[in-house]
Every structure is written in structure tokens, then in C-alpha cells.
Design a protein around this ligand. Structure first.
Ligand code: SF4
Length: 323
């Protein structure tokens, strides 16, 4: 079911640079969403610090996507990103910073104190797998709650989870009130609906939509990665980590060092080194080392439109995990 898109004052699309968020934007445009109410939000996993988990090429890709479609892009992040949260010791979770039409706003960071000193653990629970909530979900919530412009207005928040990805995602509603909705409240009333327009889509439908619009998939898909956002996603498999070890040995080594320091590996029963040993780098990456290096570059990307659309090497792959 497509909600009445003209009934909203703002339509926010969360884009990670991944195919599903991009497909959401395209689905909205195809459904006739009023363009002057559309905006893109990008949640930066590494908090605008040095690249630790995410691809350096993602931020320029998202910028090009927004520019190509003539849409405003607002970035938001948790100070220090994934790494600072992982290293938290008797300290509160860091504040969130978010861009808005009024400029950069800072929120949160008051506590309570807590300690992580370990990677998020692979789990369906967002508490154990804290990275999605700390670096994305809660960041978006704070940006929604922290802006007066959403009060007494109707906002549609759009994300790209698909049922096909995992049993827990299959249980998500395609349409529901968003967590930040306060439509029945007495003060600071805010109507926010959450829509997942591609929830029932197959992966083939997602790629078809990018193809219809000649939108080039983000670079990591072209060297064999099947999922974005993080390059070193905790759900990564042997081939993914073997590719990262080949492509960016310094990053891989940092993760290995952290696993040793924490005495707890990402996957608990095996170390990253053991996982990487079990796989070989993606053939597409080995065959295109320049393209692979471009994934690690934050250089501006002139456009996401491509005249010669090709299904990327990572399509229909096995790389697992939510974002
Ligand atoms: S892509 Fe993976 S590591 Fe990154 S935030 Fe999502 S689940 Fe966590």
C-alpha cells in the first residue's frame, strides 16, 4: 500500500549508499512524491572521523545522489562514531550531531555511564548488536525529535529494509507510526509515519529499479560486495573479510588488534584472522584493483548516473547482515 504522499509536509529518505535506500528514493519518485518535500538523510557510521567501519567512498556517493536528484541532503552522526562507542569505558554514549536547515545541532551525551570495550555482537537483538541503533536508528530519532520544523506537521520517514533479508526484517511492518511519533500527545505533537516501500521487493526488483533510472550502484557492489553499508560489517563472511584484508590491510589489522585487546572477537567463536583465512578475495576485486582502491577514496563522485548500466558483481551474493 502506498500512503497518500501528498498528505505529508516532509518525506525523509534514509540513504546509506546501499541499493535498498536508493530504491526507496526511486520508488517514491515513481509513486509521484512531491519533490519539494523530499529530503535525504545520511547517518555516518564513523561520525565524520577517520574511516573505521564504513567505506570512504560512501559519503561522496550519497552527495552525488542528492545533487543528481536536486534534493537536500542532511547528514547526522554520533560524535566519534562506531569506534568511540566501542571504546566507551565508564562514560555516556556520545552526543549526536545533525545537520538541519538551521545549521548543525548537537543533542544528547548526558548519560548514563557505561562500558562496552567490545565489538557489537552478531545478533538479531539491537541491544547486543548495538551498532545499528547507536550509529543510525537513534541518530535519526534525535534528529527528528530535535527539530521544531517537524512539530504539528506530518512527516513520512522512509527506510529500505526488505523482508527477504532476514526473518527479523520479515516481521517489520511495511507501514506504521514511527518511534518518534507523538500525534496523540499533549505537547510537542509530531505526526511521523514510517514507511518501508521496498519491504516486499525481491533483490532483482531493487536492481531493476536502479537500472530503470540509470543509477550506478555504489562502488563496493562492483567489486563483489553484496551489502552496504560498513566495509567491515560484523555480519561479514569469509570472502568479505578476505577481500578487506587484501584491499585495506591496515584497517583489517586494527580490527584484529581490537579483538585481541577486548579478548572477545566479533563472531565470538572465531577470530577475524581465522575467518579471512577461510575465504578468498572476490574475483571482481582482484580483477579491478583500481576500482577496489576507489572504494577507499573519499574523492568527490561527479554523478551517480551511468549511461551503461551493468549488474554489479556483488548482486545476488551471499554477504550477510543488516545495516
Ligand atoms: S553495516 Fe553492519 S557493522 Fe555497520 S552498522 Fe550495520 S550491522 Fe553494524
Amino acid at each position: 500500500m502506498t500512503p497518500d504522499l501528498t498528505s505529508y509536509d516532509s518525506i525523509i529518505v534514509a540513504v546509506s549508499g546501499g541499493k535498498d535506500g536508493t530504491a526507496c528514493l526511486l520508488a517514491l519518485l515513481e509513486a509521484g512524491a512531491p519533490k519539494d518535500r523530499l529530503e535525504l538523510w545520511h547517518h555516518e557510521v564513523d561520525g565524520q572521523g577517520p574511516s573505521f567501519m564504513d567505506w570512504p567512498s560512501t559519503s561522496p556517493y550519497v552527495s552525488a545522489l542528492a545533487a543528481d536528484f536536486g534534493l537536500p541532503l542532511y547528514r547526522a552522526w554520533r560524535e566519534g562514531g562506531f569506534e568511540r562507542e566501542m571504546l566507551r569505558k565508564d562514560a555516556p554514549t556520545a552526543p549526536v550531531l545533525f545537520e538541519s536547515p538551521e545549521g548543525l545541532i548537537r543533542a544528547g551525551g548526558q548519560g548514563p555511564n557505561g562500558t562496552r570495550l567490545r565489538f557489537p555482537q552478531v545478533s538479531a537483538s539491537l541491544t547486543t548488536r548495538w551498532c545499528s541503533s547507536v550509529t543510525k536508528i537513534d541518530v535519526a530519532d534525535r534528529a527528528l525529535r530535535g527539530q521544531e520544523r517537524f512539530l504539528n506537521r506530518r512527516t513520512l520517514f522512509v527506510t529500505g529494509e526488505r523482508a527477504e533479508e532476514s526473518p527479523s526484517r520479515a516481521r517489520y511492518a511495511a507501514f506504521e507510526p514511527h518511534r518518534t511519533d507523538t500525534r496523540h500527545g499533549t505537547r510537542r505533537r509530531r505526526h511521523v509515519d514510517h514507511w518501508r516501500p521496498v519491504h516486499q521487493w525481491s533483490e532483482a526488483q531493487v536492481w531493476d529499479s536502479l537500472k530503470r533510472w540509470n543509477v550506478m550502484p555504489a562502488l563496493p557492489y562492483r567489486i563483489g560486495f553484496s551489502r552496504l553499508s560498513c566495509a567491515t560489517c560484523i555480519f561479514g563472511d569469509a570472502r568479505q573479510f578476505a577481500t578487506i584484508r587484501w584491499l585495506d590491510p591496515a584497517r583489517f589489522e586494527r580490527l584484529v588488534q581490537y579483538e585481541q585487546q577486548f579478548g572477545c572477537t566479533i563472531k565470538r567463536t572465531v577470530s577475524l584472522e581465522q575467518i579471512a583465512e577461510q575465504g578468498r578475495p572476490y574475483a571482481a576485486a582482484l580483477a579491478a584493483p583500481e576500482l577496489a582502491r576507489a572504494c577507499l577514496s573519499a574523492r568527490p563522485i561527479p554523478t551517480v548516473f551511468t549511461p551503461a548500466w551493468e549488474t554489479p558483481a556483488g548482486a545476488f551474493g551471499q554477504g550477510g547482515g543488516p545495516t
